[in-house]
Design a binder for this molecule. Sequence first.
Ligand SMILES: O=P(O)(O)OC[C@H]1O[C@H](OP(=O)(O)OP(=O)(O)O)[C@H](O)[C@@H]1O
Ligand SMILES: O=c1cc[nH]c(=O)[nH]1
Ligand SMILES: [Mg+2]
Length: 219
Amino acid sequence: MQIYDLSKENSIVNQFMAELRDADYQRNRLLFRNNIMRIGEMMAYEISKKLDYAARDITTPLGTSRINLPADDIVLATILRAGLPFHTGFLNVFDHAGNAFVSAYREYTDDSHTEVGIHVEYLATPDLGGKTLIIADPMLATGGSMELGYKAFLTHGTPKRIHVACVIAAPDGIEHVKNSLPADRTTVWCSAIDPALNEHKYIVPGFGDAGDLCYGGKM
Ligand SMILES: O=P(O)(O)OC[C@H]1O[C@H](OP(=O)(O)OP(=O)(O)O)[C@H](O)[C@@H]1O
Ligand SMILES: O=c1cc[nH]c(=O)[nH]1
Ligand SMILES: [Mg+2]
């Protein structure tokens, strides 16, 4: 399984990441969502370099121009709720893509808040058979949401390639994806790999709860 970490190379993404992580900046939800969206746009651009291309003749008012255009049939999938602004960033770039949504939320299953269960409830997707599936979710912590989201999408066809796109990944999450998605057809993209999860299964240093930072707390 290939893994691309955008932080390996200096780019403007570093500034978006610094603002996302900064507890003061985080008070501005509009900025938080916007930075997630902008990372989605940058990551989509990087993924676009790995697609298949086919030449097409485009008629201009003055002649013909041959251009290599993406040949992949892309479906942009996301996991509600924190995935929404990230998905928007991808859709700003891959505006011809199909779209798929699944809901998954983590809930503690014990009083000490150290074990999480994941609930999948809503699924809306086009046929995924033979498609290039990009699953955008900002946090890859335990990897449980990604696995269950992927398995829900699989009920609607087997994609040709899978790109797992996240903002921050933890080593546990990457390992989980390696073991639960087809490693020969899956690529993981992230803007940082943070060292660990804390006892509540949050990524450390991470930036906190992505869904709450985008949309506020939930009961
Ligand atoms: O790798 P995991 O351990 O499964 O954690 C990652 C999940 O956590 C967040 O969602 P969350 O469950 O907080 O739901 P939300 O988007 O509604 O906040 C995030 O968007 C991922 O879906
Ligand atoms: O650190 C984490 C882990 C899972 N989900 C989040 O939103 N943040
Ligand atoms: Mg959350």
